[in-house]
Design a binder for this molecule. Structure first.
Ligand code: NAD
Length: 522
C-alpha cells in the first residue's frame, strides 16, 4: 500500500522528526498516496525574520482599535464565503476528508469572525473597579486589556483551517499579530488563507505562516509572546517545556478519549445515530470524537446490534462535490497504524468486531468504519486515543458504573450522556470529569461558541470560545491615577516618623478591624 503522508527529503535534525534547514516537505493526497506538491521548510532564522516582521506591524494594528480590526476580519469572512469551494478543494486534497466535511470549515470560521466581531469588544472592555478601601477613593482604578504582541499558533492536521483560525481570528481581533505553523501533513489550506489575506484582501502585515515540523515549531515557540498549541498531549508537553525557557505563556488544546454513556431510558434511535456520527465523522479524527461507549445492561444487545447495522451502511470513499460518501480516508499513515494496532489488541483480548476492523487494500490510507462490542479497560481502544473510525462499546450495570468508567481516563476533553430527561442528563454531566458535556447530543459543545471549549487533565490547559477564547490573548494592565489634585507627599512616603507611623497604625486598625470596639481599640 502506498502511504499518504508528509515526508521530508532530508534526515531529521531532532529526535521528533524536526527538519534541517533547506529541506522541504512533500504533501500527499491521503486518498491515494500521490504527491500534491513540495513546500520549503522554514529555518529558525526565517521564523525569527517572519516574527520580527509581523511584530513591527503589530503596534499599528493594535492602534486601529477593535472596530478597525473587525473591518479587516470581516473582509476575510467575505473572501472565505466567496472562495469556499476552492478552499474546500485544497483541504479535501490534503486531508482525504469527504466533501461535506471539507466544506464545513470555512463557514464555521465565518461564524467565528461574526461571534467575536459582535462580542469581542465587550469581552475586552476596560474595567473600572471600585477602590476597596477608603484611602484609595482618591484614585481612579482601571484595568485595560493589552494584547500579547505576537501569538504563535501551532495546529494539527485534522481540521487544518478551524484549528488554526478559530484561535488566530480572536487573537487578531484582540490586537495581536499571528504566525501560524500548520501541520506538516496539511499546510496548504492555511497557506491559501494567508495568501488570500495578503494578496487578495491586502490585509495588514500581521498574519503569516511558517512551515516545518519540530525545529520550525520550536523556533516559533522561542520567538513569540504567547503560544496557542493544538495537537497531541505528547507534543504539547514538549512545547510547554520549551516555552518555559522564555517564560512564554501557553494554551494547550490536546487529545481526548471522549466517553458516551447510554442509560436504559434513553431514546435508543437517537443514541445510535449520534454515536455513529460522533464516532465516525471526519473518519473519527476529531479531538472530541466519541472514542468509547458505555451502555447499560438492559439495552446493551439492542444498542450494539442497531449501531453495527447503521455503521455497516455507511459509504466510505472519495467524493468530489458529489456528496455521496460519508467516511473518508485517514489523513496520516501513522494514525492508520495506531488504529489497526488498537483494533488488533482489542480482538486479541476477546472483544467482538461486529463490523469493519480492517485496513483497506489499495493506494492511500483507509480504515473501515468499525464497531467493537464487549470492550473493556484492559484494551488500548478504551484507554489510549485511537483517533480513527472505531467505536468500542462496553456493557455497564448502572449509571454509577458508567460514570466511574467514563472518569477512568487520563484525558478529560468532553463527553456525552444519553438519558430520558435533560435534567437527569445534567445531573450525570456534573459528575463527569471533562471540560464539556453534551446531553443527548454529540460534538455540539464545540459549535456553541457561547461556552468555553478546552480540556481537563491531560487534555489541555486553557480554553477557546466564549470570553476565554479572546481574553487569553491579552494581558491585564492596571492603571491607577489620581481623581483629584494631590499633595506634595503621601502619608506612606519617606521620611518615616514616629508620629505618622502611629497615625497610620491607628488608621490601619480602623480600616481593617471589624466591630466598633475593635476598630477603636477599646
Ligand atoms: P501533533 O502533536 O503530532 O502535532 C501538532 C503540531 O505540532 C503540528 O503542527 C506539528 O508539526 C507540531 N510539532 C511537532 N513537534 C513539535 C515540536 N517539537 N515543537 C513544536 N511543534 C511541534 O498532533 P497531530 O497528530 O497533528 O494532531 C492530532 C492530535 O491533536 C490528537 O491528539 C488530537 O486529539 C489533538 N487535537 C486536539 C484538539 C483540541 O482542540 N483539544 C483539536 C484537534 C486535535
Amino acid at each position: 500500500m502506498e502511504s499518504a503522508s508528509a515526508t521530508q527529503n532530508a534526515p531529521s535534525a531532532s529526535g521528533n522528526g524536526a527538519s534541517a534547514e533547506g529541506t522541504s516537505i512533500e504533501v500527499h493526497r491521503p486518498v491515494d498516496g500521490s504527491t500534491i506538491r513540495s513546500i520549503p521548510v522554514d529555518s529558525p532564522q526565517r521564523v525569527a525574520e517572519v516574527v520580527g516582521r509581523v511584530r513591527a506591524a503589530q503596534a499599528e494594528w493594535e492602534s486601529i482599535g477593535f472596530t478597525g480590526r473587525r473591518r479587516w476580519l470581516e473582509r476575510l469572512r467575505d473572501w472565505m464565503i466567496d472562495n469556499e469551494p476552492q478552499l474546500a478543494d485544497v483541504m479535501q486534497e490534503e486531508t482525504g476528508k469527504v466533501r461535506a466535511e471539507a466544506e464545513a470549515e470555512a463557514p464555521f470560521l465565518s461564524g467565528t469572525i461574526n461571534y467575536y466581531g459582535e462580542h469581542g469588544k465587550e469581552f475586552l472592555a476596560e474595567e473600572t473597579p471600585t477602590p476597596h478601601i477608603l484611602p484609595l477613593k482618591v484614585k481612579r482604578l482601571r484595568i485595560v486589556y493589552r494584547p500579547y504582541p505576537v501569538v504563535g499558533v501551532i495546529s494539527p492536521w485534522n481540521f487544518p483551517l478551524i484549528l488554526a483560525f478559530d484561535d488566530a481570528i480572536p487573537a487578531l481581533l484582540a490586537g495581536c499579530a499571528v504566525v501560524i505553523k500548520p501541520s506538516e501533513f496539511t499546510p496548504l489550506s492555511t497557506m491559501e488563507m494567508v495568501r488570500g489575506w495578503k494578496e487578495e484582501i491586502g490585509g495588514p502585515d500581521v498574519l503569516d505562516v511558517v512551515n516545518g515540523i519540530g525545529e520550525t515549531g520550536g523556533a516559533l515557540v522561542d520567538e513569540v509572546d504567547f503560544v496557542q498549541f493544538t495537537g497531541s498531549d505528547r507534543t504539547g508537553k514538549v512545547v510547554m517545556k520549551r516555552a518555559a525557557d522564555t517564560l512564554t505563556p501557553v494554551s494547550l488544546e490536546l487529545g481526548g478519549k471522549d466517553p458516551l454513556i447510554v442509560l436504559r431510558d434513553a431514546d435508543l434511535d437517537r443514541a445510535v445515530n449520534a454515536t455513529a456520527t460522533g464516532g465516525l465523522a471526519n473518519t473519527g479524527q476529531i479531538c472530541m470524537s466519541i472514542e468509547r461507549v458505555y451502555v447499560e445492561e438492559p439495552i446493551y444487545d439492542e444498542f450494539v446490534g442497531r449501531l453495527s447495522e447503521q455503521v455497516r451502511k455507511l459509504r466510505q470513499g472519495r467524493d468530489e462535490r458529489s456528496y455521496d460518501a460519508d467516511v473518508g480516508a485517514m489523513t496520516t499513515p501513522a494514525q492508520a497504524q495506531i488504529v489497526a494496532d488498537h483494533v488488533d489488541d482489542a480482538r486479541s483480548k476477546g472483544a467482538r468486531v461486529l463490523t469493519g476492523g480492517n485496513r483497506k487494500e489499495g493506494p492511500g490510507d483507509w480504515y473501515e468504519p468499525t464497531v467493537i462490542a464487549d470492550a473493556d479497560h484492559s484494551m488500548k481502544v478504551m484507554t489510549d486515543e485511537t483517533f480513527g473510525p472505531v467505536i468500542p462499546v462496553m456493557k455497564v450495570q448502572d449509571a454509577d458504573e458508567a460514570v466511574r468508567m467514563a472518569n477512568d481516563s487520563r484525558y478529560g476533553l468532553s463527553a456525552s450522556v444519553f438519558t430520558g430527561t435533560s435534567s437527569d442528563g445534567e445531573a450525570i454531566a456534573r459528575r463527569i470529569e471533562a471540560g464539556a458535556v453534551n446531553v443527548n447530543d454529540v460534538l455540539t459543545t464545540y459549535f456553541a461558541m457561547g461556552v468555553p471549549m478546552g480540556g481537563w487533565k491531560d487534555s489541555g490547559i486553557g480554553f477557546r470560545h466564549a470570553s476565554y477564547g479572546i481574553k487569553k490573548f491579552v494581558r491585564p494592565e492596571s492603571i491607577v491615577a489620581p481623581r483629584m489634585k494631590q499633595g506634595k507627599r503621601d502619608p506612606l512616603w519617606f521620611p518615616y516618623t514616629s508620629a505618622r507611623r502611629k497615625l497610620i497604625n491607628r488608621a490601619n486598625r480602623f480600616i481593617n478591624a471589624r466591630g466598633l470596639r475593635n476598630r477603636l481599640g477599646l
